[in-house]
Design a binder for this molecule. Structure first.
Ligand code: PLP
Length: 339
């Protein structure tokens, strides 16, 4: 990718390097928010650690996905920009592509299931994207996406399995290290592994001894099994509250990067995810979505021990409707509290 930097370590044959993360940081600078880092004495006491929460729930479109989408779209060739971009997603990546298209003057087409939540359809359309809906019982979204891409000459930008997307997501950890200095541990949620890949690359640059740990739901433990076995495992339609982690498997780009740079991947229960989400809402006054609570839950439930260490936790996103959050809190018996 960027060939202006010579890298000679053993990982130099991998498709994304720290130089790519730095280059992405320059691209998104002044466009993406430099999100704040939150701390909480209550959490520090409870976990016996010094915890730094990177607030990507406060990023544009409410999740880190804006960084990768913008980095990738800003690097397209002029003729690709002219023809436009397509993606399939009903989640945060759709909005990230739509907003990046609006900012860069690139037309965007988003393939979404017709039963996607109205708010998501409206938000994505609000950024000027063209929405193409499909019946999920009749149509395979990848096929429809590919057909539209071929017919209209659109460039497909997937949500995680793409070098420029990974490099963009890595700017989250790059910024966190700039903001707080060295960390002993960095906790990152895992769906398709774009965020974990990029953040692990940045973390190992800033602090080679930092333990980078991915966190995924018990019911969607494909990345943990793939990481530990060295062969790619899939889980289809996993039943978990963390909808951003329902991806079937790591990607061709992300799997080798995660294997090379992450130290471990652990799993947590849905109940622990909701408990972590509740604590962050209530104690820290930060609205995070279930997937945004994944990394925090591994620390708060004791899977990762504090041991007096400096621990970074990425709060990856905040897009959850309040009705849904209230429902989840009731599930763990926190629905009727009046604080
Ligand atoms: C997409 C997403 C994830 C998972 O990211 P990957 O790069 O697919 O691993 C986690 N949290 C939120 C809020 C997301 O939108």
């Amino acid at each position: 990718m960027d060939d202006d930097l010579m890298v000679s370590d053993a990982t130099s044959s991998l498709p994304v390097t720290y130089a790519d993360v730095r280059s992405a940081a320059e691209r998104v600078s002044g466009v993406a928010h430099r999100t704040p880092v939150a701390t909480s004495r209550t959490v520090d006491r409870q976990t016996d650690a010094q915890v730094f929460f990177k607030c990507e729930n406060l990023q544009r479109i409410g999740a880190f996905k804006f960084r990768g989408a913008y980095n990738a779209m800003s690097r397209l060739q002029p003729d690709q920009k002219e023809r436009g971009v397509i993606t399939y997603s009903s989640g945060n990546h759709a909005q990230a592509i739509a907003l990046s298209g609006q900012l860069l003057g690139i037309e965007t087409v988003i393939v979404m299931p017709e039963n996607a939540p109205r708010v998501k359809l409206d938000a994505t359309r609000g950024y000027g994207a063209e929405i193409v809906t499909y019946d999920p019982d009749e149509t395979v979204r990848e096929d429809l996406g590919q057909r539209l891409a071929d017919d209209r000459g659109l460039t497909l930008i997937p949500p995680y399995d793409h070098e420029h997307v990974v490099a963009g997501q890595g700017t989250v950890a790059d910024e966190l290290f700039e903001q707080v200095g060295l960390l002993d541990v960095l906790l990152v949620c895992v769906g398709g592994g774009g965020l974990l890949s990029g953040c692990a690359i940045a973390a190992k640059h800033h602090a080679p001894d930092c333990q980078v740990i991915g966190v995924e739901p018990d019911a969607a433990d494909d990345a943990a099994r793939s990481f530990h076995s060295g062969t790619l495992h899939s889980v289809h339609n996993p039943d978990t509250v963390a909808d951003g982690a329902r991806t079937p498997h790591l990607g061709e780009v992300t799997f080798p990067l995660v294997r090379a740079h992450a130290d471990d991947i652990v799993t947590v229960s849905d109940e622990d995810i909701i408990r972590a989400m509740h604590l962050v809402w209530q104690r820290m006054k930060l609205i995070i979505e279930p997937t945004g609570a994944l990394a925090a839950s591994a620390l708060l439930n004791g899977t990762v021990a504090g041991n007096g260490r400096r621990i970074g936790v990425i709060l990856s996103g905040g897009n959850v409707d309040l009705q849904r959050a209230a429902e989840l809190f009731r599930r763990i018996g926190k629905g009727t509290e009046t604080t």
